[in-house]
Design a protein. Structure first.
Length: 238
């Protein structure tokens, strides 16, 4: 008997198709996640996940990766936080790399959802302010781990974790590309001066956001980061 298809619920995720006892990959926000098929014998040997909230488990894994990074998060850390055993983790989420990719997709849809909302603001000034203030809110929320998962996640990664490091680099590049496209639209709408290059400004904003995340991880207070954001907004060319 084929193993059941188990997914966590994330909006805007492309379809997953079962082919026999195998699944194809799905790509939440361009982050490739591969789920390998298992025959009945393999599934029985590994043990099927039972009676636990997959979304809550994934949320817990995301927080572990956020706090400790990819390499700093052991399987014991992850399964303890998720409240499941290793066989259930592998059976539901795949290996550690697959779990991390799911965790960063969840991060994009959850704590970092403000980015999408910011890009929908009507003016370039409102877009940039929403991005910076959203970053500030995310990083100073006492219920969150310090720093930003997109920065913290792959710090000090060795060669075995190179795919994770590259996945996060590509994720950050995609974010910068989305900002650039929004700024290009602002330029077409004459909301951004012709002498301001959208690519350069997008890179500047991305650098600022990363810098704020590093300052937060270093222990900067909410008041300090608020003053920083206020100063940055005063220096913007619009």
């Amino acid at each position: 008997m084929n193993s059941p298809l188990i997914l966590y619920s994330v909006p805007h995720v492309s379809d997953v198709v079962r082919v026999g006892s195998r699944f194809n990959c799905f790509e939440p926000f361009g982050i490739k996640v591969h789920q390998k098929g298992m025959g009945a014998r393999t599934a029985a040997k590994m043990g099927r996940p039972r009676n636990f909230a997959k979304n809550a488990a994934l949320e817990a894994a995301m927080r572990v990766f956020w706090e400790k990074g990819y390499e700093g998060s052991t399987l014991a850390d992850l399964t303890r936080a998720m409240g499941i055993n290793r066989s259930s983790m592998y059976g539901t989420f795949g290996d550690k790399q697959a779990l991390f990719r799911m965790a960063i997709a969840r991060y994009a849809e959850g704590p970092a959802a403000y980015v999408r909302a910011a890009l929908e603001q009507p003016t370039v000034r409102a877009v940039v302010e929403a991005l910076l203030r959203g970053t500030l809110e995310l990083l100073t929320d006492p219920s969150h781990p310090r720093g930003c998962l997109s920065v913290q996640g792959a710090l000090a990664c060795g060669s075995p974790a190179e795919p994770i490091k590259q996945a996060l680099i590509e994720w950050r590049k995609r974010g910068e590309s989305k900002i650039q496209k929004r700024l290009q639209r602002a330029r077409r709408e004459k909301d951004l001066a012709k002498d301001v290059d959208p690519g350069d400004l997008a890179r500047y904003i991305s650098t600022v956001v990363t810098g704020i995340a590093v300052q937060s991880a270093n222990g900067a207070t909410r008041a300090e980061l608020t003053r920083l954001v206020d100063m940055l907004l005063r220096s913007m060319p619009f």
